[in-house]
Design a protein around this ligand. Structure first.
Ligand code: ZN
Ligand code: FE
Ligand code: FE
Ligand code: ZN
Length: 265
């Protein structure tokens, strides 16, 4: 299996050094793992969610060194990726940083609605200001915008809005269709992200219905644990594989130098 979404302590809210993550990947028997630490965001976005801008070159060098070490010792193939926020008012900043290094993979994530990091447990009180249908509509509009931006190879945790268990009153499937169409038109892949299993929503991102909509439109899929601790690398992948099969997938895609290559499930 391939785990294309792995963080390290460098982002400030994960634990464990890079070598420990690679070791964990080896123990899980992963074929490929891709480090995707959070890309720095410009002011006035909060600076504590990501590595510092000045650290990006060191991050890149560390991943390349880890890849060498792992290759030399028969460990998993280690790829250089990044998780980049969708920040519509900071497009040039994000685009510039993505272009500044030779990444294998760029994950696009909607974590912000305006200035609100809605997936931050410390900011959960702000859910009270939203009617759930309005929140879901706004979220999926941003996902479509992120996909359409052309910045990203994969949209990560594509229904992150459910993280704390918020559900809409209306049928969400029109938003799933909208998302699948946006991914198809953009040539973006969808991520099957097992971190949701560890969160209050207790389910993989995305839901089966959203993944089925992607499958119907021929949108390729990737797998990622979104590990923020070494023990989480490759976690829940049996369930991820089951969900993918149930949605009709028999392969996923891996990215090297931002080019997708099919891998059997
Ligand atoms: Zn994180
Ligand atoms: Fe994320
Ligand atoms: Fe992540
Ligand atoms: Zn993430």
């Amino acid at each position: 299996m391939i785990d294309l979404h792995v963080h390290t302590a460098r982002c400030g809210h994960a634990t464990g050094e890079m070598a420990q993550y690679v070791e964990a990947g080896r123990a899980r028997g992963l074929d490929v793992m891709c480090f995707t630490d959070h890309l720095p965001m410009p002011e006035p976005y909060p600076q504590h969610y990501t590595m510092k801008a000045a650290e990006l070159p060191a991050y890149v060098a560390d991943v390349l060194a880890a890849a060498c070490d792992s290759r030399a010792t028969g460990g998993p193939e280690v790829l250089l990726g990044v998780e980049a926020d969708w920040l519509p008012d900071a497009f040039a900043h994000v685009e510039g940083l993505i272009a500044s290094h030779d990444f294998d993979l760029v994950l696009g994530s909607v974590h912000f609605l305006g200035d609100w990091a809605f997936d931050d447990p410390d900011l959960i009180a702000r859910y009270d200001a939203w009617e759930s249908d309005v929140l879901w509509e706004r979220y999926f509009d941003e996902v479509a915008n992120a996909a359409g931006s052309g910045l990203y190879d994969v949209i990560a945790h594509p229904d992150l809005v459910k993280k704390f268990g918020t559900r809409p009153d209306v049928d969400p499937r029109p938003w799933y269709e909208q998302t699948a169409l946006a991914l198809q038109e953009a040539g973006c892949a969808v991520e099957v992200n097992t971190a949701g299993l560890r969160k209050p929503c207790r389910e993989i991102y995305p839901s089966l219905d959203l993944l089925k909509a992607c499958r119907r439109r021929g949108v390729p899929a990737t797998t990622g644990s979104d590990a923020h601790a070494p023990a989480e690398v490759g976690e829940g992948f049996d369930l991820a594989r089951e969900l993918l099969r149930e949605a009709g997938y028999d392969s996923v895609v891996c990215f090297r130098k931002r080019v997708a290559e099919e891998v059997a499930l």
